[in-house]
Design a protein around this ligand. Structure first.
Ligand code: CP
Length: 299
C-alpha cells in the first residue's frame, strides 16, 4: 500500500500502471467527493506554478480541503524553525503533506518525522516524482504505451530533477535514450549507468540535430537557481533552442514535452506545431495528482 511518495523508485511498475489507470478515470470525470473530509497541507518552500496549483486544484475537485503556504517567507521557517519541527507541527493538522523544498533530501527528512504521508513535489535538484507520473501519462497517452520508445532528453540534465526521476522510471521500459546537452549539463553518471545496466541504449549529443527517429523530445530549462557560480550559468545557458526547422522530418506521432516553466529553449513558433504537447501535459498533472492523492488517502 502506498503511504508516501519521496522517489519515483518508491513505486513498482504495477503501482505506476494502477496510478495511470486511475488518472484516466479522472480525465473522464475529475469532479467527485472522494476526498471529502480530508485535509491536505501544501507546503511550498520554493516557487511553483503548476505543481502547487494542480495539487490544490486536484484536492478541491475531489471535495477535500487545502491548508498551507506558497512561500517560505510566510512560514515560521523565516523565524528559524527547522524543517523537521514544521513537519511535526503540520502533521497534527492534515491527513497528508505535499512538500516542495530547495534542498535535495528534504522530502525524505520530512517523511522521517511526519505522522502522515509525505508527497515530494520537488526536492532541490534531486527528484520530482509526481512530475514523472504526469510525464509517463503524457507519453503513454500520445504514444499508446511506454515500451521500447526513442526518447530524447534535452537541456539541463545535470540539475533537472524532472529528468532525474523520469530517467529512473523509464529505465523499466527498454527505452532508447538520446541525451542532448552541453558537456557541463549532461546527465549524472550514476543515472547513465542505471539506464545502461537496465538494458537501455544511451546516445549523447551536444546539439538538437536530427529528430526523425524520436518518439518524444523532452526539453528542459537550464536551472539557474541551482548554479553556485552565476558566470557558469551565463556560459552554458541559451545554447539549445528548439525551432520549427528542427521538426521538419519528425514522425506524425512525435511529441515535444517540457515540464515548464520554459525560458527560451523552445521558440514560441513551435507552440502551434502539432507536435507541441507541453500545455496538454500541464493538464495531465491534475489527473495524476488526483489519482495519487486518492490512492494515498483512500486506496
Ligand atoms: N513542472 C513544474 O514543477 O512546474 P512548477 O515549478 O511551476 O511547479
Amino acid at each position: 500500500m502506498l503511504k508516501s511518495l519521496i522517489s519515483i523508485d518508491d513505486l513498482s511498475e504495477a503501482q505506476i500502471n494502477q496510478l495511470l489507470k486511475k488518472a484516466q478515470q479522472f480525465e473522464l470525470n475529475h469532479h467527485s467527493d472522494q476526498l471529502k473530509g480530508k485535509v491536505v497541507a501544501s507546503l511550498f518552500f520554493e516557487p511553483s506554478t503548476r505543481t502547487r496549483l494542480s495539487f490544490e486544484s486536484a484536492i478541491s475537485y475531489l471535495g477535500g480541503s487545502v491548508i498551507g503556504f506558497a512561500s517560505a517567507d510566510t512560514s515560521s521557517q523565516s523565524k528559524g524553525e527547522s524543517l523537521e519541527d514544521t513537519i511535526r507541527a503540520i502533521s497534527q493538522y492534515a491527513d497528508a503533506i505535499v512538500i516542495r523544498h530547495g534542498e535535495a533530501g528534504s522530502a525524505s527528512r520530512a517523511q522521517a518525522v511526519s505522522g502522515v504521508p509525505i508527497v515530494n513535489a520537488g526536492d532541490g535538484s534531486n527528484e520530482h516524482p509526481t512530475q514523472t507520473l504526469l510525464d509517463l501519462y503524457s507519453i503513454q497517452s500520445t504514444q499508446g504505451g511506454l515500451e521500447g520508445l526513442n526518447i530524447a532528453l534535452a537541456g539541463d540534465l545535470k540539475y533537472g530533477r524532472t529528468v532525474h526521476s523520469l530517467v529512473k522510471a523509464l529505465t523499466r521500459y527498454r527505452i532508447n535514450f538520446t541525451l542532448i546537452a552541453d558537456d557541463y549539463l549532461q546527465l549524472p553518471q550514476d543515472l547513465v549507468k542505471l539506464a545502461q545496466d537496465s538494458g537501455c541504449q544511451v546516445q549523447f549529443r551536444s546539439s538538437i540535430g536530427q529528430l526523425d527517429k524520436q518518439d518524444i523530445l523532452y526539453m528542459t530549462r537550464v536551472q539557474k537557481e541551482r548554479f553556485d557560480d552565476p558566470a557558469k550559468y551565463f556560459e552554458v545557458a541559451g545554447r539549445l533552442k528548439l525551432s520549427l526547422e528542427d521538426l521538419v522530418d519528425t514522425k506524425e506521432t512525435f511529441r515535444v514535452l517540457h515540464p515548464l516553466p520554459r525560458v527560451d529553449e523552445i521558440d514560441l513558433a513551435v507552440d502551434k506545431h502539432p507536435a507541441a504537447y507541453y500545455f496538454e501535459q500541464v493538464r495531465n498533472g491534475l489527473y495524476v495528482r488526483q489519482a495519487l492523492l486518492y490512492t494515498i488517502l483512500n486506496g
